[in-house]
Every structure is written in structure tokens, then in C-alpha cells.
Ligand binder design. Structure first.
Ligand code: ZN
Length: 107
């Protein structure tokens, strides 16, 4: 008893799925928001549909933002894309890490 990990993971999976929009609804929202303004909300770079941007919540959900189209904006994606930078900033990673000549972080 108490070691049934399989039923636990099934439960967790179902919970995650219920919180997400269906793929079709999400695609529709992506196109709708992008069609209104296809430029990145932060750097104003023109993004390409469908894979050149991420749909971002202007006010993050965990900060009380609404999961609606009007709270969504376009952010360019990629390694140095604004989406990655904003997500990091939203989560509070403001500390700028300096990497030393030896490849290790410098305090
Ligand atoms: Zn950008």
C-alpha cells in the first residue's frame, strides 16, 4: 500500500491536460493574436507564422493575469528570443551571472 506510483502519474497527467487549452483552440488564438500584430511585443521584430514566435501572457497567469486573448502578446522565440528573456524575468532571475575565464560562474 502507498507505493502505487502508476495510478499517481495517471492522475497528475489528467490534471495537467485539463488545465491546457486544446491544440485547436490554441492554434486559433495564436493566429488571431499574430494577425493583429505580427511583431514581437518587446523588440518589434517581425515574426513568422507559425514557428517564429511564442504566444506570451502579457500579465503572467501566476501573477493573476487572465488566460484570454487580450492578455496575450507575440514574442519572438529562439535561443536569444524575447520569450526566453521575459520568462526568465517573470520568474525573477534578475541576477546576472558572470562566467569566468575557467568557464565557471563568478560570484
Ligand atoms: Zn523580440
Amino acid at each position: 500500500m502507498g507505493t502505487d506510483n502508476r495510478s499517481f502519474s495517471v492522475k497528475a497527467k489528467r490534471y495537467d491536460t485539463s488545465k491546457r487549452m486544446s491544440g485547436r483552440a490554441l492554434q486559433k488564438r495564436r493566429l488571431s493574436v499574430w494577425a493583429k500584430d505580427p511583431c514581437c511585443a518587446m523588440c518589434r521584430r517581425l515574426t513568422a507564422y507559425p514557428s517564429g514566435f511564442e504566444l506570451d501572457h502579457t500579465v503572467p497567469l501566476f501573477k493573476g493575469g487572465e488566460d484570454t486573448e487580450s492578455n496575450c502578446q507575440i514574442l519572438c522565440n529562439g535561443v536569444n528570443g524575447c520569450h526566453e528573456k521575459k520568462t526568465a524575468a517573470d520568474l525573477g532571475y534578475r541576477h546576472r551571472q558572470t562566467i569566468g575565464a575557467d568557464g565557471y560562474p563568478v560570484e
